[in-house]
Design a protein around this ligand. Structure first.
Ligand SMILES: Nc1ncnc2c1ncn2[C@@H]1O[C@H](COP(=O)(O)OP(=O)(O)OP(=O)(O)O)[C@@H](O)[C@H]1O
Length: 502
């Protein structure tokens, strides 16, 4: 059942829903900052709550794709935090008012594709005409014409490639060098045996989509440079694949859908894990996949897990997915995070002091998207108020993000890590032994407990064998002094801190 807004949701009366939506927008505004919010998100409106889905409208296709690509996950998480029953956000283009036309039929329920096509009465009204995409292109690089031409039947369901996601802007480090090399190889020689499909997997926000788009951009560029006719590239999320498939079933246009899909040269499917448990859609995807690979077309797929770990995906599809090249993107290291921050700050032409970058790289370890978001927020703030980026400013502007990222390190974890590092027994952390080789690591552990937890000095003392708070105080200042005097010791302690923080 669809509930329009102002109208109601299953669980919330309309006024409450409007409040929820206002809170979500407010939160997002805080997170991304005023400038970014005004540029991309201000025109977003809530259309309806429909089952497990919030339907959000944007005035143009370009904005819709941008918001979905850049803020979609965050919006979904914010909705879930407010109303756990909402599991998805569907971004649509605001329908143009059409006089004297009956209200559109209900949108298909968000569910697995039905085995039989439903009766025509439930056919979804065609998507309204949309404002030409690309008008608001922000980064000076025109989006590829093939995706924007209204006459191209695929333009209805493919999403544009993000002009920021190229190989030039991808920072390579140990955790992603293999995936990067594979994507480059595919770009240079699409559909070569052993690299088709290319399956990229890894945790949230580690650059899978970026690499996928980069390969697609490069395929086009290399082809153009070599004077070959342009290859058609189609990019869509697995979720979109499913919705389009369902819509095609409903409108009895599955043949067209299949043909338009099978006519592409390079197919990019993002977030394949969405198909887990969706047997009918998997089946359709499997056939499309086979048809394309058999016809010598390149497929690049991303997912959060490796093919063998994607339980809930049919065996034969998993096998096919894993039969090309499988490359994972590992969690970032501190060094890679610093390099990414440097590259992003440089590309924006805003001086960011190394201390601020070190601070961010220490604090925001989970994913690159958040790291980038934090940096963008700092830069937008600095631009807005005409102030330089400083460490104090960063702590203030990012206080909410930083709080969320403050990992709760326990004193026990610190003791364990430090004991392992100095090769002493864990029990020595609380023993009365005063030999230097035991006492110094214990002091380091106390120092780190003070730095990384919110425990008071007496509390820390208690956890270290019932020592007095003055002993802890002494340990903290002694370690700080030694760090000043001895850079090797300081590096050692810093390393421990980093290990504990990530
Ligand atoms: N190595 C990198 N160099 C530069 N930017 C990066 C790198 N890795 C990730 N990013 C940036 O981080 C953001 C998130 O990356 P991306 O969307 O590709 O992640 P993802 O792995 O596809 O995430 P999800 O699991 O949410 O789909 C993007 O803005 C991307 O440009």
């Amino acid at each position: 059942m669809e509930n329009a807004v102002g109208p109601s949701s299953p669980s919330s009366p309309p006024a409450q829903l409007a409040e929820v939506w206002a809170r979500i927008r407010g939160r997002l505004r805080e997170e991304v900052g005023e400038v970014e919010y005004r540029t991309w998100l201000r025109q977003m409106t809530l259309s309806a709550i429909q089952g497990e889905e919030a339907i959000v409208l944007l005035p143009t296709r370009f904005l819709r794709d941008w918001v979905r690509g850049h803020y979609g996950d965050r919006l979904r998480a914010l909705w879930q935090a407010e109303i756990p029953a909402i599991r998805r956000v569907d971004f649509r283009v605001t329908p143009e008012p059409r006089a004297a036309e009956p209200a559109p039929a209900a949108t298909p329920a968000v569910a697995e594709a039905p085995r039989q096509a439903p009766r025509p009465a439930t056919i979804r009204a065609p998507e309204p005409a949309e404002a030409p995409a690309g008008l608001a292109e922000p980064l000076g690089r025109a989006a590829p014409a093939a995706e924007l031409r209204p006459a191209d039947p695929r333009s209805d369901w493919t999403a544009p490639l993000d002009p920021r996601f190229t190989f030039d802007t991808f920072v390579v480090g140990k955790p992603n060098e293999f995936a990067y090399a594979c994507a480059r190889r595919v770009a240079e020689r699409p559909a070569s045996p052993g690299f088709n499909p290319l399956f990229l997997y890894g945790g949230v926000g580690l650059g899978k989509t970026h690499l996928m788009h980069a390969a697609a951009w490069a395929i086009r560029e290399i082809g153009a440079a070599e004077g070959r006719p342009p290859l058609s590239v189609a990019y869509m999320s697995a979720e979109k694949f499913m919705y389009r498939f369902i819509a095609a079933l409903r409108s009895q246009s599955t043949m067209e859908f299949k043909e338009s899909l099978r006519s592409v040269d390079v197919l990019l499917i993002d977030d394949l894990q969405f198909l887990i448990g969706k047997d009918n859609t998997q089946e359709e995807f499997f056939h499309t996949f086979n048809a394309l690979v058999d016809a010598g077309k390149q497929i690049i797929v991303s997912a959060d897990k490796s093919p063998s770990d994607l339980s809930g995906i049919e065996d034969r599809l998993r096998t096919r997915l894993g039969c090309g090249m499988v490359a994972d993107l590992h969690a970032t290291t501190y060094e890679l995070r610093i390099s990414i921050l440097q590259a992003k700050a440089q590309s924006q032409g805003v001086p960011v002091p190394p201390k601020v970058m070190e601070f961010l790289a220490h604090k925001i370890t989970s994913n690159v998207r958040e790291l980038e978001g934090a940096l963008n927020r700092l830069i937008a703030h600095a631009n807005l108020f005409g102030r330089p980026v400083t460490l104090e400013g960063a702590q203030e502007v990012l206080h909410d993000i930083l709080r969320a990222h403050d990992r709760r390190v326990t004193i026990e974890e610190i003791q364990k890590r430090v004991a392992e590092h100095y090769n002493i027994r864990l029990t020595d952390m609380s023993s009365p032994r005063r030999a230097r080789n035991v006492a110094r690591p214990r002091q380091v552990a106390m120092y780190l407990a003070k730095q990384l937890t919110s425990r008071s000095l007496p509390e820390i003392g208690r956890r270290f064998g019932g020592r007095d708070h003055t002993t802890v105080m002494h340990a903290v200042s002694r370690v700080a002094e030694l760090m000043q005097a001895d850079s090797a010791f300081a590096e050692d302690v810093e390393l421990l801190r980093r290990m504990l923080e990530t």
